[in-house]
Design a binder for this molecule. Sequence first.
Ligand code: NAD
Length: 296
Amino acid sequence: MSAKIIDGKAISAIVNQENADEINKLKAMGITPGLAVILVGEDPASQLYVNSKVKKCQELGINSQKYVLDKNATMEELLELIDKLNNDNSIHGILVQSPPPPQIDEEKVVEAILPSKDVDCFHAENVGKMLIGKEDGFFPCTPYGVMILLEKSGIEVSGKHAVIIGRSNIVGKPMMALMVQKNKNANATVTCVHSATRNLKEIVKTADIVIAAIGKAEFVTADMIKEGAVVIDVGINRVADENAPKGYRVVGDVKYDEVAEVASYITPVPGGVGPMTIAILMRNTINSCKRHNKID
Ligand code: NAD
């Protein structure tokens, strides 16, 4: 079998067209959504992510404000900035790019952002709302992006066995929560495997849908995949490659070429889940703007 490619670029373009339509409606009312993106330090991958978010805001007409704090910035400085943005009516979403330098306590940062502006859906209030299936918070960008990829690719999730590899608060755990929800686009039977799982390979092999989010280059191999399974690769890993212009190339958590021979559908890296994450961030910012302005 040769898997069909789930084209994240094309699907995110559809979501971003919906985003652009919503922004135009808001602008006709004299309202512009605003997103503040904070970067602490100079981590090159984080700079890249922040710049792509700002670029997409500019393309869509979202007012983006980028704040770059020194790598030695203190918690007090960061909390002061967050407080200012919490009280700024032109800003509807605030995010602090992860991972911050060690002096920054990420948990405290997340708690400091107003839940109504927490467009990443990291605040406990929004995570709780997502878990119980309430729609008046936010859905987390990457896991929700995966749900939209599946839905727009016409892949039935209901009743399927989904195995999620990884249990981080950003991807694995919210992915479990979204897949198990009682609604027509979810309803999966969910298993999560992680670093302490004993027979990981055997469990993954029972999956109809595999979602890999561990951050280990090409960890998932063809012998772990059931014939015809759907494989979603969340991983973004840099591996050294002296033939590549930058001296590295980006690969996922899935060994793409061999897994594509076994799977029915597969996401590429890059061009799979990545573009969806940003599209959902834009959607969350727009939804937040509508709520702050009491527009249905
Ligand atoms: P993380 O490091 O926080 O969590 C990794 C998880 O994988 C942990 O729960 C750990 O238990 C599990 N794990 C690690 N080694 C394992 C092993 N050998 N066997 C089984 N489980 C193992 O990572 P994260 O933030 O969840 O990100 C995962 C990957 O997804 C990374 O490559 C990251 O860059 C990528 N990511 C991509 C996007 C996107 O937009 N596409 C967004 C977020 C994260």
